[in-house]
Design a protein around this ligand. Structure first.
Ligand code: UVW
Length: 319
């Protein structure tokens, strides 16, 4: 039961830590700066068997594409196919060449995606203290471009919260803390290390497939829940990137204060932690449960879209 008076984020996060200025006044990638060459090599050292897992959901899945309310699933349109080459006015290439073309009309955050650090804010300031007016008409600062240009490579660790809690999927609004992540890692026989890329499985998307449109009734995804201690833990552990299989990486509405997406503000806007959402973790999770190895090299690069607040991505986990 959320409290009657919902605090403003400025009030709730008044004493919360920030990393603004830590990597310079013109930084646009935040905690991804932790992923140094040494971190890339720490990721590479996790590759033992040559097994490759791609983590992107299918765009245009016949089962449906879960999206944040207000967004719509991507639409793919066929522009050219074999029928295009019939009749008068058909293109005519020397030698009889035919080809197929198509396009998608998609929210850049309508599938497996990277959020740019400037995607979300409060109090008129985005990551690193840039004025939120720099987002008008497209992000001049902290767009997805600098993330696309540097890429994201490091040691990933799967935290299978659904299996840890003995559930097929976590429930609507179910929460967990950093202490639960530590306990989950221990139960898996592994340990979260500083600068790890956290990959959290709730299998919540299965509810979407089971429930269809009623999925959006009482929309409240499960996930991490805000506390000052959790934010401090992310800060101390220098976590660069949080990846989940949910639409928004955290419990939608914080049950303790009624605020929406507190961690987007506390982790992304303030600490510069990059968020990756709607990842398909099922193949990876089954394999980790099978060989009991939950760490891997994680590699991803969103599309390099000028001024974009996010971008589709197909991350790789390599074991
Ligand atoms: C919002 O922040 C509103 O959406 P998401 O991070 O899930 O793309």
């Amino acid at each position: 039961q959320a409290p009657e008076t919902v605090p403003e984020l400025t009030e709730l996060l008044a004493d919360a830590p920030t990393n603004w200025g830590k990597w310079g006044a013109d930084d646009e990638v935040g905690a991804l700066n932790y992923l140094t060459a040494a971190e890339v090599l720490r990721g590479v050292a996790e590759v033992k068997d040559g097994k490759v897992f791609t983590l992107q959901r299918i765009i245009g899945d016949p089962k449906g594409d879960p999206v944040w309310p207000g967004r719509t699933p991507a639409e793919r349109t066929q522009i050219l196919d074999e029928s295009s080459w019939d009749g008068d006015g058909a293109p005519d290439y020397p030698g009889g060449l035919h080809y197929a073309d198509d396009k998608i009309n998609a929210f850049l955050q309508g599938s497996t995606q990277y959020d740019a650090l400037g995607h979300l804010w409060y109090d008129g300031k985005i990551w690193n203290g840039y004025d939120a007016r720099t987002t008008v008409g497209g992000l001049d600062k902290a767009s997805v471009q600098p993330i696309a240009e540097r890429g994201v490579v490091g040691r990933g660790i799967l935290l299978d919260m659904a299996r840890f809690r003995g559930k097929k999927t976590l429930d609507k609004g179910e929460t967990f803390t950093h202490e639960d992540l530590i306990a989950c890692a221990a139960a898996q026989g592994t340990e979260i290390k500083p600068r790890d890329i956290l990959v959290i499985r709730t299998n919540f998307l299965q509810l979407f497939f089971d429930e269809g449109e009623s999925f959006y009734e009482g929309f409240n995804e499960p996930g991490l829940v805000y506390s000052p201690e959790l934010v401090q833990w992310f800060q101390d552990m220098e976590i660069p990137n949080l990846v989940t299989d949910t639409i928004a990486n955290e419990v939608t509405t914080d049950p303790n204060n009624g605020v929406a997406l507190v961690l987007h503000s506390a982790l992304m806007r303030n600490l510069g932690v990059t968020l990756t959402e709607i990842a398909d973790l099922e193949g990876l999770a089954d394999d980790c449960a099978g060989d009991k190895r939950y760490t891997f090299m994680y590699a991803a690069a969103p599309l390099n879209v000028a001024k974009a607040a996010g971008s589709p991505v197909n991350p790789l986990a390599i074991k």
